[in-house]
Design a binder for this molecule. Structure first.
Ligand SMILES: [Zn+2]
Length: 365
């Protein structure tokens, strides 16, 4: 019986795509390939994307949680599969193709490297624009009124408002000025595009930073926290989520296309890129502080074309604090204790950003 179980385990490992190995200082992903299989690799700071042709792989979404890799996702396609590897900060990727007899293996090692220093005031010093005093934080509780957002064990619009009110208290106690896009259960406009546009306009240059708060939902049993800053994505699973947050259906698709084309334009805009670097720093600080405060699963810092972030003139992020429909996390989100932990994490992340150069982040004109 034990031998049988061992054999099953061996087979499961042998058939896994990729095979995963956790080592001191690095995480290894091994992809077994047929002689005819081909692949392409692309990398952004947060995601390594591998496109395979001529392989058969089952869909999966796997939390790794190593110091180098948050998770990986396998998305089967017509004649192959795409694998998205979510990288943690401060890693380097090395790949090698090993061939012996009729075996081919693509070995991807994700190694820890020394942290890149955070953007220092030196970046801001090139733009001699003093920032307003006191510091003004804009908090955007997602959805509201006619739009409940995600519904599961909790209703998204209720959780986001409660969290924003808690974070406001914590930040006001530290001397910051806080503006909410909504302070009660209301929409800003019954038309979702107008509603998101009005929220986005509050991220203007007289303020210091913008945090949009959301609760996630997923058809599978995903859980954990993820933080976004604005940018382009080709990740299909991410786009489905972005379309939902951008209003869903036809409207969500249209607003997502608009936001994607803004993101493509920003790639060549150096001033916008400088603001995005501060947004990324804000996202990293908030994500780190939220994980410390809650012990939740780390789904990483990513870029995506959220409509509400597209015109921000100041560092701006969107936080998904957990999954409304996850049987454990959804129920945790019901409790006052967990919401307070989330609020403290959000507030701490914002304060850390401000004290790490974020208070000097220049606003776009
Ligand atoms: Zn939402």
């Amino acid at each position: 019986m034990r031998a049988y179980a061992f054999l099953l385990l061996f087979l499961a490992q042998a058939l896994a795509f990729p095979r995963l190995g956790l080592h001191e200082g690095y995480t290894r992903l091994v992809f077994d390939l047929s002689p005819s299989a081909t692949y392409q690799i692309a990398q952004t700071p947060d995601t390594l994307t591998l496109r395979f042709s001529g392989v058969a792989a089952a869909a999966s979404d796997t939390d790794v949680g190593s110091p180098q890799v948050a998770s990986y996702q396998v998305v089967p396609g017509a004649n192959g599969a795409t694998v998205f590897v979510r990288l943690k900060p401060n890693v380097e990727v090395k790949t090698s193709l090993l061939t012996d007899a009729d075996r081919r293996r693509l070995v991807v090692d994700v190694l820890s490297v020394a942290p890149v220093p955070a953007p220092k005031p030196a970046v801001a010093a090139t733009v001699p624009r003093p920032r307003p005093q006191p510091i003004v934080v804009v908090l955007d509780p997602g959805h509201g009124g006619v739009d409940p957002g995600a519904v599961g064990f909790v209703v998204e619009k209720e959780v986001t408002l409660d969290l924003a009110l808690r974070v406001r208290s914590l930040l006001q106690a530290r001397g910051l000025e806080v503006i909410l896009t909504r302070g009660r259960d209301t929409h800003l406009s019954p038309d979702k595009a107008t509603d998101l546009g009005m929220r986005a306009e509050m991220a203007h240059s007289k303020r210091n930073l913008f945090v949009s708060i959301h609760v996630n939902s997923a058809p599978n049993v995903a859980q954990g926290i993820e933080t976004y800053y604005f940018g382009h994505t080709i990740d299909p699973s991410l786009l489905a989520q972005v379309i939902r947050e951008n209003g869903g259906g036809e409207l969500g698709q249209r607003l997502t296309r608009e936001a994607q084309s803004v993101a493509e334009r920003l790639v060549r805009d150096l001033i916008a890129q400088s603001n995005l670097r501060f947004s990324r720093l804000l996202a990293q600080q908030v994500q780190g502080a939220l994980l410390e405060a809650t012990g939740a699963v780390d789904r990483g810092v990513r870029q995506a074309p959220f409509y509400v972030l597209r015109n921000a003139r100041i560092p701006a992020i969107l936080v998904e604090v957990g999954f409304a429909n996850h049987p454990v996390e959804g129920r945790r989100l019901q409790t006052s204790e967990y919401r307070q932990a989330l609020a403290e994490g959000l507030a701490r992340g914002i304060l850390r950003f401000l004290s790490n150069g974020g208070a000097l982040a220049p606003a776009l004109p």
